[in-house]
Design a protein around this ligand. Structure first.
Ligand SMILES: Cc1cc2nc3c(=O)[nH]c(=O)nc-3n(C[C@H](O)[C@H](O)[C@H](O)COP(=O)(O)OP(=O)(O)OC[C@H]3O[C@@H](n4cnc5c(N)ncnc54)[C@H](O)[C@@H]3O)c2cc1C
Length: 500
C-alpha cells in the first residue's frame, strides 16, 4: 500500500497533459502526482522516431492489440483496433496528425457543457495547448499530396490542406515528453511526477468518495491511495472497463459478470463511436514516395529530419461536402503498405465525419485480463453508408475532373467497373477499416444519462474525474487527438483550483 496526492490512471494523450499541467501549477504547491501506466517495451528503437515507419508500431509490444467482434455490416469481418501502451498512449503509435477542433466541434462541446464553456475560452485553451505541443509544418511532401492539394483547389468542393504533425524537427513526438519538461522545470518547487508501471484493476471507494486504486503487476496486487483525487485517463476502452469493474455501469452487465453494483450508470460503455475509412486506391505514375527510400534518404532524415522518411504517410487531406466527408491522402497502397510494392500508388481514404451509428462495449468478466467485447455497430445507421458512398463518388470526380487524371494510371480499388451504389456498398463492407478513433463511452454532458459532468467529475462520486476520448460528447469532425488533449488541459486547469 502507498500514498500520493493525485493518481492519474493511464499515461496516454490525456493523462500526460493532465499530469504535466497538475505538477506545474505556476508556483502553487500541488504535491505528488502518480501516473499509473502499464509497462511497455521502452527500448529505443529507430521506428519510434521515423514518422514514415509508424505502421510498424501497430501490433508491436507498444500496442494493446485489441480487436472488435464480428461486424455484420462489414461482411462479418473483425477489425484490429490498435491502442497505444506505455507513456504517450495512443499518441505513441499514431499517425501524428494535428487536427484542431473545427468550429462545429467547439459548438458541440459548448452545447454538451450546457453553456458552461464558451467558444472563446475553448479557443484560448487550444492556444495554450498548441504552445505546449508545438505541431510542425512538414519539410517534405510526396507527389501524391502535392498533386491532390492542387486538384482540390481546382475542384472546389471543400477545403484541403497539409496536415500539421506532432513532430520535433521531423521526428515523432508525443505528450509523454511534457512530463520530462514538467519535471525539469518545476518539480521541486511545486510538485513531482512519479510513474508507476502497473495496471489499474479497479477504483477503491469509501462511501461516495474515490480514495484510491487497486493495481496489479508482476509482483501481484497492490493498493495506492490519493489524498486529493483520482483522474481516470485510460482511454475509450479501458476507462469504461475500469468503471464497470468498480461497480459503476449498466446493472445487467455488472450482475452478469458477478460485480456488485455500486452505481447504476446505463451509459458507461455505451455510445461508442469511431470513424470508418474506405480506401480508394489508385495506381499512379512514379513520383516521390516514402516507400522507396534510398541510403541518401536515410542520411537526409538522420541529419536534417526531412525527406521521405519524415512523411507521416497521411500527409494531407480535408473536409468536403459541408464537412460531412473527410478525405485523407496517402502515397501508398493503403491495404498492403508497408509491404514493398513494385508499382506506385496513392490512396484517397474517405470517411463520414459524423457517423450516427453507435456501438457498445460488453464486459465479459470481473477479471481485468479478460478483454471486453467491442461492438462498434459500424454502418448500423444506413445514412453513414450513404454519406460514404457520396464521398467515394466525390473522390472519383475529383480525380477525373482535375489535373490528377493525367497522373493516375487506373483505379485499383474499388475499380472503375464498380460504379453503382450496390458495388460501392459492397466495397465498403469488404474493405473499410477503423480510422483508430474510438470515443464517447463515458460521455460528458448535463443530461441525466451523462457519465461525467462538464467539470469532468465522475457523476455520483467525489474526488474522481474522467478525461480522455471516452468523455467526447460526439466524435470530432477530423482526427480527435488535439481535442482530447484540449479537454485534458481544461480538466487540469480546473483541478488546479483544488491545489493547495
Ligand atoms: C494507430 C493510430 C493512429 C492514430 N492517428 C491519429 C492521428 O494522426 N491524429 C489524431 O488526432 N488521432 C489519431 N489517433 C487517435 C488518437 O491517438 C487517440 O484518439 C488519442 O490518443 C486517445 O487519447 P486517450 O488519452 O483517450 O487514450 P490513450 O492515448 O490511448 O491513453 C490511454 C492510456 O491508458 C493506459 N491504460 C489502459 N488500460 C489501463 C489500465 N487498466 N491501467 C492503467 N493504464 C491503462 C494505456 O496504456 C494508455 O497509455 C490514432 C490512434 C491510433 C491507435
Amino acid at each position: 500500500m502507498s500514498k500520493t496526492d493525485w493518481i492519474v490512471v493511464g499515461g496516454g494523450s490525456a493523462g500526460c497533459v493532465v499530469a504535466a499541467r497538475l505538477a506545474n501549477p505556476n508556483g502553487q504547491r500541488c504535491g505528488k502526482v502518480t501516473i499509473i501506466e502499464p509497462p511497455a517495451n521502452t527500448t529505443r528503437r529507430v521506428d519510434r522516431e521515423r514518422p514514415a515507419k509508424w505502421l510498424n508500431l501497430l501490433g508491436s509490444d507498444e500496442d494493446w492489440n485489441l480487436a472488435t467482434a464480428e461486424n455484420c455490416q462489414l461482411a462479418n469481418r473483425t477489425l484490429r483496433w490498435p491502442r497505444g501502451r506505455g507513456l504517450g498512449g495512443s499518441s505513441r503509435i499514431n499517425a501524428m496528425i494535428w487536427f484542431p477542433p473545427t468550429r462545429k466541434d467547439l459548438q458541440i462541446l459548448v452545447e454538451a457543457s450546457g453553456g458552461l464553456w464558451k467558444i472563446s475560452e475553448l479557443q484560448d485553451d487550444l492556444d495554450e495547448l498548441t504552445k505546449l505541443t508545438r505541431p510542425e509544418q512538414p519539410a517534405w511532401q510526396s507527389e501524391a499530396a502535392e498533386r491532390f492539394l492542387n486538384a482540390a483547389k481546382q475542384f472546389n468542393a471543400g477545403v484541403a490542406w497539409t496536415y500539421m504533425r506532432l513532430n520535433r524537427a521531423g521526428r515523432r513526438w508525443n505528450p509523454a515528453e511534457l512530463l520530462t519538461t514538467a519535471q525539469a522545470s518545476g518539480s521541486t518547487a511545486s510538485g513531482s511526477i512519479e510513474v508507476q508501471r502497473s495496471t489499474v484493476n479497479r477504483l477503491i471507494c469509501k462511501g461516495d468518495q474515490i480514495i484510491g486504486v487497486e493495481t496489479c503487476d508482476d509482483h501481484g496486487k497492490n493498493e495506492i491511495f490519493a489524498n486529493k483525487g483520482v483522474i481516470i485517463c485510460a482511454g475509450a476502452i479501458a476507462t469504461p472497463a475500469i468503471l464497470m469493474r468498480s461497480g459503476i455501469g449498466p446493472r445487467d452487465q455488472l450482475e452478469k459478470a458477478g460485480i456488485e453494483v455500486r452505481l447504476e450508470s446505463e451509459q458507461v460503455g455505451q455510445g461508442l463511436q469511431d470513424h470508418l475509412i474506405m480506401p480508394m486506391i489508385f495506381q499512379v505514375r512514379s513520383g516521390k514516395f516514402p516507400s522507396h527510400t534510398s541510403v541518401q534518404d536515410i542520411v537526409r532524415w538522420q541529419t536534417m529530419g526531412t525527406g521521405p522518411l519524415s512523411s507521416n504517410l497521411a500527409e494531407c487531406g480535408g473536409l468536403f461536402l459541408e464537412d460531412s466527408i473527410q478525405i485523407h491522402v496517402t502515397p501508398t497502397h493503403y491495404l498492403s503498405y508497408p509491404k514493398p510494392a513494385d508499382l506506385a500508388f496513392m490512396t484517397l481514404g474517405v470517411n463520414a465525419t459524423q457517423p450516427q451509428s453507435t456501438g457498445m462495449l460488453q464486459l465479459q468478466s470481473s477479471d481485468p485480463q479478460v478483454p471486453l467485447n467491442i461492438h462498434p455497430h459500424y454502418l448500423q445507421d444506413a445514412g453513414d453508408r450513404n454519406i460514404t458512398i457520396e464521398g467515394m463518388q466525390l473522390a472519383r470526380r475529383l480525380v477525373k475532373e482535375t489535373d490528377l487524371s493525367q497522373w493516375i494510371v487506373s483505379e485499383t480499388l474499388p475499380g472503375e467497373k464498380r460504379y453503382t451504389d450496390q458495388h460501392l456498398k459492397k466495397a465498403i463492407s469488404r474493405y473499410s477499416q477503423t480510422l483508430y478513433h474510438p470515443s464517447g463511452t463515458s460521455r460528458l454532458g448535463v443530461t441525466n444519462s451523462s457519465v461525467v459532468t462538464p467539470d469532468f467529475q465522475l457523476k455520483g462520486f467525489r474526488k474522481a474525474w474522467v478525461v480522455d476520448a471516452s468523455v467526447l460528447p460526439r466524435l470530432t469532425h477530423g482526427n480527435p487527438n488535439a481535442t482530447i488533449m484540449l479537454l485534458a488541459l481544461k480538466a487540469a486547469n480546473k483541478l488546479r483550483s483544488f491545489v493547495g
